[in-house]
Design a protein around this ligand. Structure first.
Ligand code: PEP
Length: 252
C-alpha cells in the first residue's frame, strides 16, 4: 500500500529447539542485512526471545512474541505478560486462530491482550479470519467485523498507527491452500473501511494489513502487490531460510 512499509513476520509457532532457533536467527541476520523498504520480524517461541534479542543486537531484524497475557502481572501460572516482553520485542501476535480455536481464546480475551500490548508499548498483530463453514455461508466479512469490533472497541486512536492487522482465513493456515488474491484484497479493503468508519480515513490509511495463510516464496508476490495488503504473516515458510528470504525480497 501507499506509504506503508510492508511487514513480513515469521511465526515460528511451537517449532525449533534452542540450537535450531539460534541457527535460523543467525542465517536471517546474515541474509537479511540492511533491509530497506520492508520490515522483518522473527516471532520465535517465548524461551528463545531473550537469547535471540542478544544475537540480533545491531541488526535491522526485530522480534515479536506469539501471545501475551491479559494482565501485566499477578497470580496466573504459566502466562507471560506484555510487560515482560516489551524490553525485547516490538511485536506481539494476539488472537491467532490456533489460540482462538484450539485453546478457546475468546474475543474478550483477545481484546484484553490487545490492550495489554499497547499499554506496554508493543505493536499488536491482531489476527482475524473466518472458518471455512463461515466462508461457505457467506459470513466471512461479518465474522471479521465482529472480531475487529470486539478487539478494537477500547482502542484509542493514538495507538492505531502501531496496530497491525493480519487477515488469516482459518482454512488457509497450514493447509497449502491460500486464499485467492482477490478474496484477500476484498477482506483487506473491508477491514480498512471498517477502521475508516470508526477512526477516520486518514488514520485507517496508516494501519498495516497483512495477509496470512500458506504464503510461500512462489505466491508471496500475488498478495504483496495488492493495494490493501501491507505484508504477510508467514508460518511454515518462516522456518525455511530460502523461502522466507525470498518472501522478504519480494516485499521490498
Ligand atoms: C500462521 O501461522 O499465521 C500462518 C499463516 O501459517 P502458514 O503460513 O503455515 O499457513
Amino acid at each position: 500500500g501507499v506509504n506503508r512499509v510492508p511487514l513480513i513476520a515469521g511465526n515460528w509457532k511451537m517449532h525449533t529447539t534452542y540450537d535450531e532457533a539460534v541457527s535460523l536467527a543467525e542465517a536471517y541476520r546474515e541474509r537479511l542485512a540492511q533491509l530497506e523498504g520492508v520490515e522483518c520480524a522473527l516471532i520465535p517461541p517465548y524461551p528463545w526471545i531473550v537469547p535471540l534479542a542478544e544475537k540480533l543486537e545491531g541488526s535491522t531484524l526485530v522480534l515479536g512474541a506469539q501471545n501475551c497475557a491479559t494482565i501485566d502481572q499477578g497470580a496466573l501460572t504459566g502466562e507471560v505478560s506484555a510487560r515482560m516482553l516489551a524490553p525485547f520485542c516490538r511485536y506481539v501476535i494476539v488472537g491467532h486462530s490456533e489460540r482462538r480455536h484450539q485453546l478457546g481464546e475468546s474475543d474478550e480475551m483477545v481484546a484484553a491482550k490487545l490492550q495489554a500490548a499497547v499499554r506496554n508499548g508493543l505493536s499488536p498483530i491482531l489476527c482475524v479470519g473466518e472458518l471455512l463453514a463461515e466462508r461457505d455461508q457467506g459470513l466471512a466479512e461479518r465474522v471479521v467485523e465482529r472480531q475487529l469490533g470486539s478487539a478494537l472497541e477500547a482502542l484509542e486512536a493514538a495507538h492505531l498507527t502501531r496496530l497491525v492487522i493480519a487477515y488469516e482465513p482459518v482454512w488457509a493456515i497450514g493447509t497449502g491452500r491460500p486464499a485467492t488474491p482477490s478474496d484477500a484484497q476484498a477482506i483487506a479493503a473491508c477491514i480498512r473501511e471498517w477502521i475508516a468508519q470508526r477512526f477516520g480515513s486518514d488514520l485507517a490509511a496508516t494501519v498495516r494489513i497483512q495477509y496470512g495463510g500458506s504464503v510461500n516464496a512462489g505466491n508471496a508476490a500475488d498478495f504483496l502487490q495488492l493495494p490493501d495488503i501491507d505484508g504477510a504473516l508467514v508460518g511454515g515458510a518462516s522456518l525455511d531460510v530460502e523461502q522466507f528470504c525470498e518472501i522478504v525480497r519480494v516485499a521490498r
